[in-house]
Write a protein that binds this ligand. Structure first.
Ligand SMILES: [Zn+2]
Length: 94
């Protein structure tokens, strides 16, 4: 996982993100790239969108990858690890 600091340039990250997402059509790779994670965390204010925690953050596919969800920031949301696990369990029980 990338560590972030004050030198991070969010504009450059967004550009890199767009470039990366332009390299594939459709679903894309299984996992988000570090630069996508940065952009999504920044967009979601470095907080879990479910519970508001700022600890142990992850980036989650809104539509799960195994159901055809794309690895793009428009299909990404910030979740903390516990919320991500809860979502995974719910998804898995459907
Ligand atoms: Zn959470």
């Amino acid at each position: 996982m990338t560590t972030f600091n004050s030198l991070v340039n969010i504009k450059a990250a967004r550009t890199a993100c767009r470039r990366f997402e332009a390299t594939f059509k459709g679903q894309g790779p299984r996992y988000f790239q570090d630069v996508q994670i940065l952009v999504v965390w920044h967009r979601d204010s470095y907080k879990c969108i479910n519970c508001g925690s700022d600890h142990r953050l992850t980036v989650d596919h809104i539509k799960p990858w195994y159901l055809g969800g794309e690895t793009r920031i428009k299909n990404a949301q910030t979740l903390c690890k516990p919320c991500n696990w809860d979502k995974f369990r719910e998804d898995g029980s459907k």
